[in-house]
Design a protein around this ligand. Structure first.
Ligand code: GUN
Length: 217
C-alpha cells in the first residue's frame, strides 16, 4: 500500500510538453489539423464537431439560471429544454497545445483513441466524501501495458488531459488524436471549467498546488 500511495501521489503527474500559443506545429501535426479542419478548443488543444444527431430528446438536466447568462455562447435556435441525442468530436492535443484543462460535462463521454499517448486525470467530484477521489490513467496504443484505447468519463466529473511522449522517457510526439461522443449531445450550458478555488475545495490546498498546472488559464 505504501508503494501504491507513493506512486500515485500527484507529484508523478508532470507536463511533458508546454503550451506555446501561436507556435508553429510540425508539418505532420499541421497536416492533421488541416485535414480534419480542426480549430482551437476553449479547453486547450484542437477540435471539430463531426456529428450532431438530428434526433432530439428532452433534456435530462435541470435548467439553471446560468444557462441564460450572456456569457454562455448559444447555438442559434437553441432550446435549453431539448438536446440532440449525441454529439461526436475529434479532439487533438499537440506538442504546442498539449493539455486540456479541468472541466466537466453533464453528459457522459465515450472516448476512443486514434493515435498518440496521453494522461487523463479525473476528479470524482460527484461522489460522497470531503476530499474527492482522483483517478489517473494513460491512454495509448500499448494495451499490454494497460494503456487504454477506450475510456468513459461519467457526467459531473472533472476531467483534464495532457500529451505524453510516444515512449516513456522520450520526447517525441505527433499529438494525441481521439474521438469523443457525448450523450446527450454537447451544449455549452452543460459544460463548466474548474477554478483554482474549486480545485482546492474538492481535493485540498496541497494536492491543488500539485495539480494546478492542469487548470484552464
Ligand atoms: N463546441 C465547443 N466545444 C465543444 C465540445 O467540446 N463539443 C462539441 N460537440 N461542441 C463544442
Amino acid at each position: 500500500h505504501f508503494y501504491t500511495l507513493r506512486y500515485t501521489t500527484m507529484a508523478v503527474l508532470r507536463p511533458s510538453f508546454t503550451t506555446n500559443p501561436g507556435a508553429t506545429e510540425s508539418p505532420g501535426v499541421d497536416a492533421i489539423i488541416s485535414a480534419l479542419k480542426m480549430m482551437p478548443h476553449i479547453e486547450g488543444g484542437y477540435f471539430i464537431e463531426t456529428d450532431r444527431s438530428p434526433d432530439i430528446v428532452s433534456s435530462p438536466f435541470p435548467i439553471k439560471a446560468s444557462s441564460t447568462s450572456e456569457l454562455t455562447p448559444k447555438r442559434p435556435g437553441f432550446d435549453p429544454t431539448l438536446r440532440n441525442t449525441s454529439t461526436t468530436i475529434h479532439y487533438f492535443l499537440t506538442p504546442n497545445g498539449p493539455q486540456g484543462g479541468f472541466h466537466r460535462n453533464k453528459g457522459r463521454t465515450v472516448h476512443t483513441l486514434h493515435k498518440g499517448r496521453g494522461r487523463y486525470v479525473i476528479i470524482h467530484a460527484n461522489e460522497l466524501g470531503k476530499e474527492k477521489r482522483i483517478e489517473s490513467f494513460i491512454v495509448g496504443p500499448n494495451i499490454e501495458k494497460g494503456e487504454k484505447l477506450q475510456w468513459i468519463v461519467e457526467g459531473d466529473k472533472y476531467k483534464a488531459s495532457y500529451l505524453l511522449p510516444d515512449e516513456d522517457g522520450g520526447v517525441h510526439s505527433q499529438g494525441l488524436l481521439i474521438s469523443e461522443t457525448v450523450v446527450p449531445g454537447f451544449e455549452f450550458c452543460d459544460h463548466d471549467f474548474l477554478s483554482r478555488q474549486g480545485l482546492e475545495e474538492l481535493i485540498g490546498v496541497q494536492k491543488a498546488q500539485e495539480l494546478g498546472w492542469l487548470l484552464s488559464p
